[in-house]
Design a protein around this ligand. Structure first.
Ligand SMILES: [Zn+2]
Ligand SMILES: [Zn+2]
Length: 102
C-alpha cells in the first residue's frame, strides 16, 4: 500500500451572493511524504512483459502492495475576507478566484 500524505490549502470568503463564510473552489494539494508500498505481488503479463498490477488493473483488483491511499496530513484554511465584484475582478488578474462560484 503506497501512502501519499498531502497538505491541503483551502480558501474561504464572504461575498454578496453568500454573506456567510464559505469555501471557494480554489484549492491546492501538495504531496509532502510518500510511503512506498513495495514491489507488486501479482504482476500482470502483457505481450511477454510484466507490469505491476497497479498500472493495469482497476483498484479493486490490485494487490496489497500496489493499492494507494491518500492521507490528509494538514489543512490550511485561508480567509480571503469579503470579496465583492470589485475585489473579485482585481483578484482575477492574480489567479482563478474569478471562477470561485458555481
Ligand atoms: Zn462567495
Ligand atoms: Zn500489484
Amino acid at each position: 500500500m503506497t501512502t501519499y500524505y498531502i497538505n491541503v490549502r483551502q480558501y474561504v470568503h464572504r461575498c454578496p451572493a453568500e454573506p456567510n463564510r464559505h469555501h471557494v473552489i480554489q484549492r491546492q494539494q501538495t504531496i509532502v511524504a510518500t510511503t512506498p508500498g513495495g514491489p507488486c505481488l501479482k504482476p500482470i503479463s502483457v505481450q511477454g512483459q510484466e507490469f505491476p498490477c497497479g498500472r493495469i488493473a482497476v483498484y479493486e483488483n490490485q494487490c496489497a502492495a500496489c493499492k494507494t491511499q491518500v492521507v490528509v496530513n494538514h489543512v490550511d484554511t485561508i480567509d480571503l475576507g469579503f470579496q465583492g465584484a470589485a475585489e473579485l475582478v482585481a483578484a482575477a488578474y492574480q489567479d482563478t478566484l474569478f471562477e470561485a462560484h458555481q
